[in-house]
Design a protein around this ligand. Structure first.
Ligand SMILES: *Cc1c(COP(=O)(O)O)cnc(C)c1O
Length: 352
């Protein structure tokens, strides 16, 4: 199958095999990974390696940054971030549905200043930023906008702590990661199976609000307890580790970025030559992870759907708020799948 799902999405075959094996018998222990304690030596070593590799792959300084595997997914970080960081006023950049959801949660805790919005272009663009204000508690942005297929080319330059939702492009490209003080991501788009979020945080920005934070929502509490405040998602963390190891074996983020660039380039180039296709996002902020397009005549959809089915190309449906199609090209999607999709589009051209 050629799975272009936007998330949860395709992971490497060898990750599935190793995870499946661990469910049956974790490393010859006679026990399933599903039945071992989160305080067992086996899991402690899984967690330590995963937390460490998560930073190494992005070349983040371990004397500053710590990794947390959190339960509740990116949507819970929308809340956890302002709970931990917002004292009076935070800046947010509005680039669509996900950032709007983050903004709505921040407004529960303080003032939100909109530092840029691409709403007037229906989120086809990345906005120009007005970033002179230096009294903000932090600035939040969404580096890749999964629904519209837009992506920040650069990290915004600010003199306040920077927070980024990188759910759909973390580990897919090189980026100025060390300029960001708190990176979070739902893991289901390049890191592992759904149900967790990963938080990479520069510890020095925490603990400044004087707010009483319930333990489970307090990043500091999770750090103090070495990410074992409560029962960990043992299987989820292990699967993330397998995936991070796979990425390291591929040559890390630098190598995967090159492959991701070629995949996206191939597909955009094809779409651009077809006069019955329109891509959604502006040329200069096209995402390499999510390629959003539609046909200029609705009657083409059914033909395309049939051809996809025949070619085992699945999960191309656009987000329900936008319609059309979206091909997600995450790390584990092989370039072969892109070739198959392009072949489908070429066949379609003959029928249109
Ligand atoms: C998918 C996604 C989310 C939501 O993640 P959940 O794990 O479902 O909470 C948030 N932000 C971005 C950019 C996403 O792509």
């Amino acid at each position: 199958m050629h799975n272009f799902s936007a998330g949860p999405c395709v992971l490497p075959r060898e990750v599935y095999q190793q995870a499946a094996q661990a469910v049956l018998d974790y490393q010859g222990s006679g026990l399933s990974i599903l039945e071992i304690s989160h305080r067992s030596d086996d899991f402690l070593s899984i967690l330590a390696e995963a937390r460490s590799l998560a930073l190494d792959l992005l070349h983040l300084d371990k004397s500053k940054y710590k990794t947390l595997f959190m339960q509740g997914s990116a949507s819970l970080e929308f809340l956890r971030v302002p709970y931990n960081l917002l004292k009076t006023e935070a800046g947010y950049i509005d680039t669509g549905v996900w950032s709007s959801k983050a903004i709505a949660q921040a407004e529960l805790f303080g003032k939100v200043r909109l530092m840029g919005s691409s709403k007037i272009t229906q989120y086809r663009t990345i906005p120009e930023l007005v970033l002179e204000n230096s009294s903000l508690d932090y600035l939040h942005f969404t580096s890749n906008n999964t629904i519209y297929g837009t992506q920040f080319n650069e990290v915004p330059k600010v003199n306040v702590p920077l927070v980024c939702d990188m759910s759909s492009d973390i580990y897919s490209r090189t980026f100025d990661y060390s300029k960001i003080d708190l990176i979070y991501a739902g893991v289901q788009k390049n890191i592992g199976p759904a149900g967790l979020s990963m938080v990479l945080v520069n510890e020095s920005i925490l603990g400044k609000t004087n707010r009483v934070i319930p333990n489970i929502l307090d990043y500091n509490e999770h750090l103090k307890t070495d990410n074992l405040y409560h029962t960990a998602n043992v299987f989820g963390v292990y699967s993330c580790l397998l995936n991070l190891r796979w990425l390291q074996n591929q040559g890390g983020v630098e190598a995967i970025e090159k492959r991701n660039e070629s995949k996206a380039k191939l597909l955009y180039e094809t779409l651009d030559t077809l006069d019955f296709v329109e891509t959604y996002s502006d040329m200069n902020c096209r995402s390499n992870m999510n390629v959003v397009f539609h046909f200029n005549n609705k009657s083409i959809d059914a033909m395309f759907d049939d051809l996809c089915k025949e070619a085992s190309v699945v999960n191309l449906k656009g987000h329900r708020t936008l319609g059309g199609y979206r091909a997600s090209l995450y790390n584990a999607l092989d370039i072969e799948s892109v070739h198959v999709l392009i072949e489908v589009l070429n066949q379609l051209e003959k029928q249109v």
